[in-house]
Write a protein that binds this ligand. Structure first.
Ligand SMILES: Cc1ncc(COP(=O)(O)O)c(C=O)c1O
Length: 416
């Protein structure tokens, strides 16, 4: 979507795209005002309960030993106990991370932005497999970094193209490759071979690997062996990880994430960025500490089972709709679906403004904003399977009914 020029406002501000995930929310608000219930599949906001110890710890702040009455600044790098907890989490996974390799950020979002800032200068190029998380294109625009897409396809489950194809995109301005692993919006989980391929390219061309692993705990297929980019010992100083409690512990509103790198120069640089914003949220870090102290394995196993069932439910519904093309995701909690419509954004606006069935409708995120290639993804939609199964079933049937009634529905090719 084209931005309208605003006199006096910076060019980079004007060039930054608005979020395809949030941009159409005013239409949902209008629908709600008219009494229509909207099933929100457009945003990765899980309905899963945040572990109660998080809230207990926040409530306990004023009852602490020092009976604190002031909410003071904390350290720029974050709460030391939380940092120690995160380092221990990585160590338990066999990844040798020390507390000095961890800095707390305002969600995974700030970790990604610091990772780009630490690796790229204005005018540099950043490789990103697309479809991509729209936050990346927005951050890159704000930082004047050029996104060079590595286009992937539903046909092979959004796995990476050949080494030659990726290498053909590398120029003297390329500084880094940014990957969401498991992928938002595609659900791809890169194979151990793909992880080594990326490591090889990084070493050969002196690139940083910016690995966004906020969905690391959400891998559903036993066949998909998850290898974190953080475990690449041979390329440890090339890797910068973005991590977060938002999705892992269903604590999106806490705004607590972290950046992890075994490269001390990177960490020294990131600390300077941190100092300019003071500190991460103090109370929420106290809550977050408990998430790394509790037995998270049981919690995460249960949540994984739930998401795997939700994935199957939504995938089966989508698969049963004529003209819809998608792949079963291996991880994260999104499905990118190609729809038989003229324009997915118009379709979403129509779903929210015109369509309803028994006073209900559904919302997805239009696909175009998930691509850096102009014009790509116009007939795609990202759907998040973050609602409980009965709601997903209803949302899926609303989508099916909406597609059947939509005036911009494309005629399907007749069978040969
Ligand atoms: C791939 C990816 N990275 C980063 C984020 C940001 O996460 P946070 O809420 O921790 O800032 C999201 C949120 O949806 C995401 O999907």
């Amino acid at each position: 979507m084209q931005n309208t020029p605003v006199p006096g406002v910076s060019k980079r501000g004007q060039a930054a795209p608005s979020s395809p995930i949030r941009r159409l929310e005013p239409f949902a608000l209008e629908a709600k005002k008219k009494g229509v219930k909207v099933y929100p599949l457009h945003i990765g906001q899980p309905d899963v309960e945040t572990p109660p110890p998080f809230f207990d710890a926040v409530e306990g702040f004023r009852r602490g030993e020092s009976a604190r009455k002031t909410l003071a600044y904390g350290p720029s790098a974050g709460n030391p106990e939380l940092i120690a907890g995160i380092a221990a989490y990585y160590a338990a996974k066999g990844i040798p991370v020390k507390p000095s390799d961890v800095i707390i950020t305002l969600g995974g979002s700030e970790a990604v932005s610091f990772a780009i800032m630490a690796s790229c200068d204005p005018g540099d190029e950043l490789l990103i497999p697309e479809p991509l998380f729209p936050g990346y294109t927005n951050l890159a625009a704000v930082l004047n970094v050029r996104v060079v897409p590595i286009t992937t396809s539903v046909r092979n489950g959004y796995h990476l193209p050949s080494r030659d194809e990726i290498e053909s995109k590398i120029t003297p301005r390329t500084r880094a490759i940014l990957l969401s692993h498991p992928g938002n919006p595609t659900g791809v989980v890169y194979t151990p071979e793909e992880v080594s391929l990326v490591a090889g390219l990084a070493l050969r061309h002196g690139l940083f690997i910016l690995a966004d692993e906020v969905y690391r705990e959400f891998v559903y297929d036993e066949t998909a062996r998850y290898v974190s980019f953080a475990s690449l010992d041979g390329a440890a100083d090339r890797v910068i990880i973005a991590d977060s409690i938002s999705k892992r512990f269903s604590a999106c509103g806490a705004r607590v994430g972290c950046i992890v790198s075994r490269n001390p120069d990177v960490m020294r640089t990131v600390l300077k960025f941190c100092q300019s914003r003071g500190c991460p949220p103090v109370l929420e870090q106290i809550g977050a500490r408990t998430l790394y102290e509790m037995n998270a394995d049981e919690y995460l196993k249960g949540v994984n089972r739930e998401y795997a069932a939700r994935r199957d439910t939504l995938f089966n519904i989508l698969n049963s709709i004529e003209g819809v093309v998608c792949r079963k995701p291996e991880g994260a909690f999104y499905i990118m679906a190609k729809l038989p419509v003229d324009d997915a954004e118009k379709f979403v606006v129509w779903l929210l403004g015109t369509f309803s069935q028994d006073g209900e409708t559904v919302m997805g995120a239009p696909g175009e904003g998930f691509y850096a290639t102009p014009g790509a993804g116009k007939d795609e939609m990202r759907l998040a399977y973050v609602l409980k199964e009965e709601d997903l079933v209803r949302a899926g049937s609303l989508l099916k009914a909406g597609l059947a009634a939509y005036p911009g529905r494309l005629a399907l090719p007749s069978p040969a």
